[in-house]
Design a protein around this ligand. Structure first.
Ligand SMILES: Cc1cc2nc3c(=O)[nH]c(=O)nc-3n(C[C@H](O)[C@H](O)[C@H](O)COP(=O)(O)OP(=O)(O)OC[C@H]3O[C@@H](n4cnc5c(N)ncnc54)[C@H](O)[C@@H]3O)c2cc1C
Length: 463
């Protein structure tokens, strides 16, 4: 006698085979080898994989999962550390063949200027590599293999944030396959509520098969790394705070220009534990030396590698720090600013950080903070910091590393904003209840309208 699950798998495979070539349907044991996520700790496995090449393939897969009664999930770049791309025993819509990126020149008088059409499975590097020959960059993150759709729909923090805003602020439209199989385009004129909800609510409303994103003439920037010995961490961070705010006496200058972004964090290097800064200057190249000099002057650097380089190369350079397949446990906290007490906790967390772990801090400033909190589902629009707490290990059970992540969360909780960044939350994170603040009611109404049966469960939503 077969179980209902086996029956469901058989039904799904049968329906997929009617529409998709045989080599695009994977079932049974073969699914284990067919998908490798970024986090080696993710244990769930799909029962069926539909390797989609077209929007029509996606539509077929979405309807097949529901007819067969199988849970549905969507794979982009595979970087959700909690494994949200895979539901155990479900049908996986694999978008990794839908990575085409095309650049469209600005149409005179058109809103948005130059833009790219990006396939739902494209990665950050697919986008940057395609737009670079045109002299452009997009609003991307700091690691090249992350999925562009997953990153954008969950907010999208990157080093051009001060000039371009968040990824969601650069989204012009999205083609979406809904739970009922309809294919719609969401933009400010069409399905505006869906367009609003996608910008922060992630893949909770359908499968995004293509999106249009605004491009910007910043293919090359001045960027790199300036690191300080850990005993300078407290003073460098106080200096960072003054530099960003333009406190008189820091270096006598005005508040930092939107074109200057300075990520920072803690990292073990061959030179020991360091407080690293990762400055990016995307303004006038003639001012780069002066701007980078302000960061260098925060202390006595022990490492420095900053130069004029393609943004595409800069994000590739970060990949080796976080290789695919290692074991990870991640968390984050949003801080409204760097108080002295928060700096002290940050330094204490670094003091006891296991050698394979890291802290990385994005700074939301400039253009990202000049958008109303209710303009997109993503609500955090005041200047803030995203502290990423990155636990990783190659051998053992990871108890020390996960323990350090949890301890660091607790240290920072006292200074953190309510809720948090859903893109880095585990599915059962209680902070999800507050992650959308006063946007919650509208977000849940859009969810109820477009996905009343809860087919899509991409990131944690408030209940
Ligand atoms: C090493 C690393 C670096 C990161 N750096 C940054 C950064 O600099 N800035 C930043 O903002 N974020 C960053 N992130 C967070 C990242 O944006 C999120 O984890 C994002 O969800 C990853 O998307 P993905 O497609 O790679 O992952 P996946 O695991 O494939 O997808 C993540 C979720 O989105 C859904 N999804 C993906 N694509 C689609 C689609 N086309 N349609 C519908 N649903 C979809 C999936 O079902 C899944 O639930 C980073 C994460 C990691 C692990």
């Amino acid at each position: 006698m077969t179980s209902p699950v086996d029956d469901g798998v058989e039904i799904a495979v049968g329906l997929l085979h009617k529409q998709l070539p045989a080599d695009r349907v994977v079932a049974g044991e073969a699914t284990a080898e067919a998908v490798k996520l970024w986090n080696g700790q993710v244990r769930q496995r799909p029962a069926v994989i539909a390797r989609c090449h077209t929007t029509d393939d996606v539509r077929t897969a979405v309807l097949a999962a529901q007819s067969a009664g199988l849970p549905l999930s969507v794979l982009g770049g595979g970087h959700d550390w909690g494994g949200g791309a895979i539901r155990d025993g479900g049908l996986l819509v694999d978008l990794s063949a839908m990575r085409q990126v095309t650049v469209q020149a600005a149409v005179e008088g058109a809103i948005g200027g130059t833009e790219a059409r990006v396939g739902g499975g494209a990665t950050v590097s697919d986008v940057l590599d395609a737009v670079r020959p045109h002299g452009h960059a997009a609003a991307v993150g700091t690691v090249s293999s992350v999925g562009f759709a997953g990153l954008t729909l969950g907010g999208g923090y990157g080093t051009l944030i001060g000039l371009l805003g968040l990824g969601v602020d650069n989204l012009l439209s999205a083609e979406v396959v809904l739970a009922d199989g309809r294919v719609v385009t969401a933009d400010p004129e069409h399905e505006p509520d869906l367009f609003w909800a996608l910008r922060g609510g992630g893949g909770n409303f359908g499968v995004v098969t293509e999106l249009r994103t605004r491009l910007h003439p910043h293919a090359e920037v001045t960027t790199g790394l300036i690191a300080f010995s850990w005993d300078q961490a407290g003073s460098v961070l106080r200096g960072w705070r003054n530099l960003m705010a333009g406190v008189a006496g820091a270096d006598g200058a005005a508040a930092a220009d939107d074109a200057l972004d300075v990520m920072f964090g803690a990292l073990h290097t061959p030179a020991g534990l360091v407080l690293f800064t990762s400055p990016t200057w995307a303004g006038d190249p003639a001012r780069a030396d002066e701007q980078i000099g302000r960061v260098r002057a925060l202390g006595a650097p022990v490492l420095e590698d900053v130069g004029r380089r393609a943004l595409a190369d800069a994000v590739h350079a970060m990949d080796e720090l976080f290789p695919r397949g290692r074991n990870y446990y991640l968390s984050s906290r949003l801080l409204p600013g760097l108080t002295d007490a928060a700096i002290d906790e940050f330094v204490r967390a670094g003091d006891v950080m296991p050698t394979t772990c890291a802290l990385n801090v994005h700074h939301a400033h400039g253009a990202a903070t000049r958008v109303a909190a209710d303009a997109t589902a993503y609500q955090y629009r005041d200047e803030h910091l995203v502290v990423e707490i990155l636990g990783s290990w190659t051998d053992g059970d990871g108890a020390a590393e996960t323990g350090w992540v949890r301890d660091t969360e607790r240290r920072l909780d006292a200074y953190a904003l309510p809720g948090g960044w859903p893109n880095l939350m585990a599915r059962d994170d209680p902070r999800a209840a507050d992650a959308f603040g006063s946007n919650t009611e509208r977000l849940l109404a859009v969810k109820a309208h477009y996905d009343p049966d809860g087919v899509f469960m991409a990131m944690p939503l408030p209940r």
